[in-house]
Write a protein that binds this ligand. Structure first.
Ligand code: UD1
Length: 419
């Protein structure tokens, strides 16, 4: 059983390079289905979730090779089979292949997706979008199936700005006949990046990043090379890690615009943030103040940084409140942080955090991807040794996290422990 062991108390210092965004790369790989020519993803993050989506595609005859940090995808011989359901259930983002597959083959069957255990995470908005474009949808026995003679553009209003639904519908509409207008769309940077990828291939998408996206259908897409945006959540995680150890680090390859809500909160806490080109210097050597955080769709504060901020706020004197509005079950890390001495009270979607002097190391378990990152952050500031289990969650979304932290001076290692 692999675990991450952290001996806390070391101030982080030095530089770290941010990998490409997992949440941009996953839909981009799904979007490659729309193209019969070769697509190359440059500077791809070598992560478990990326390997899973590649394996999902390979299970329907995609020819994918990984060379260093490039992923070469050749979908010319893709078949309209059912992708391996074991793989699909491993990760919710597998469902992002549905839009492109309906578009390419006119019918598609896939098992209902899995993913982090942070809420019920329905797919109704995706399916409403496919129906509006002319697909007939059947649900049953753990599967969803879609049929259509052709997809035709339409006006679609999303009840909630879902990231995945916006991406899936956008991909389905790219080769549809006529014009699609997607209203109340999500505007996350990863959606903008997907639109940039598709437009570079010849798609006609405008408005990505705003709440109204217009997609004018085109006949075909051409193969391209593409470098995705840097991972704003990985960058935010390192910012929180530097702050909690009261260290000072330079974070390279970041897009400051994408990090605005995270930078704003860290600055409010009292952390110094200095921009230098495409780097940011984070200095945690100051007095910290408690803050209130509410997770919101972009450009609001990202839910994917909520757990890491909770760890940091546990060490900030005074009372902070976190309200989680995106997922209904995303406070599982609070229980583990309490084991480490955190003073947190949960009431529905609110967490009230009273700052404590110090965390104390103990055995904890990652309950989902970002919860795992939160435990590493807490452990960096804890007295003694913390053993983090179920670290496969962390490997889904962070490239070499312990190597990167070790380079910054953390005492962290991955060990194989007999149960
Ligand atoms: C994406 C991100 C994830 C992030 C989340 C919110 C990827 C691969 N994952 O997930 O890291 O935490 O955005 O920023 O990009 N919902 C519905 N019906 C639907 C779809 C969603 O009710 O059809 C609800 C969900 O249950 C959830 C909320 O909408 O409560 C947000 O989900 P969504 O934006 O779709 O997140 P994902 O795309 O799954």
């Amino acid at each position: 059983m692999k675990k991450i062991l952290v001996k806390g108390g070391k101030k982080l210092n030095g530089e770290v390079n941010i990998s490409s965004a997992k949440n941009a790369v996953l839909p981009i790989i799904a979007a490659s289905i729309l193209c019969k020519e070769i697509c190359v993803i440059e500077k791809a993050p070598m992560l478990e979730d990326v390997f899973v989506i590649c394996d999902v595609l390979k299970s329907i005859n995609s020819n994918i090779t990984i060379e260093e940090d490039e992923i070469l995808i050749n979908n010319s011989n893709l078949i309209n089979g059912e992708p391996d359901s074991e793989l699909v259930r491993k990760m919710r983002a597998s469902f992002l292949i549905m839009g492109p597959m309906i578009s390419r083959f006119g019918r598609f069957k896939i098992s209902l997706p899995g993913g982090c255990n942070i809420g019920t995470r329905p797919i109704d908005l995706h399916l409403k979008g496919f129906s509006a474009l002319g697909a007939e949808i059947n649900l049953g026995h753990g599967y969803v199936e879609a049929f259509t003679n052709k997809l035709v553009g339409n006006k679609i209003y999303l009840d909630f700005p879902s990231v995945g639904a916006t991406e899936n519908i956008m991909m389905a509409a790219v080769l549809a006949e006529g014009e699609t207008i997607l209203e109340n769309a999500a505007g996350e940077p990863e959606i903008q990046d997907l639109a940039n990828f598709l437009n570079s291939m010849g798609a006609k998408i405008s408005g990505a990043g705003t709440d109204t996206i217009k997609i004018v259908g085109v006949k075909e897409l051409k193969g391209i090379r593409y470098k995705p945006i840097p991972d704003r959540i990985e960058a935010g995680t390192f910012m929180a890690a530097a702050a909690i150890t009261r260290g000072k680090i330079k974070i390279n390859r970041v897009n400051e615009e994408h990090l605005k809500p995270i930078i704003a909160k860290l600055t409010e806490i009292g952390i110094s943030m200095e921009k230098r080109g495409d780097s940011i210097i984070v200095d945690g050597n100051s007095e910290f103040r408690p803050v209130d955080i509410k997770t919101m769709p972009y450009p609001g504060f990202p839910t994917d940084m909520q757990a890491q901020m909770m760890s940091l706020l546990c060490t900030v004197p005074g009372t902070s409140v976190i309200t989680e509005t995106i997922f209904e079950n995303r406070f599982m890390h609070a229980g583990e942080l309490k084991r480490m001495g955190g003073n947190i009270k949960i009431d529905g979607r609110c967490a009230v955090i009273e700052g404590v002097d110090i965390f104390t190391g103990c055995e904890v378990k990652a309950t989902d991807l970002r919860a795992g990152a939160a435990l590493i952050i807490a452990a960096l500031a804890a007295e003694g040794c913390t053993k983090i289990g179920d670290i496969y969650h962390i490997d889904r979304g962070y490239v070499n996290i312990e190597e990167k932290l070790k380079k910054l001076g953390a005492d962290i290692e991955r060990v194989d422990i007999e149960e």
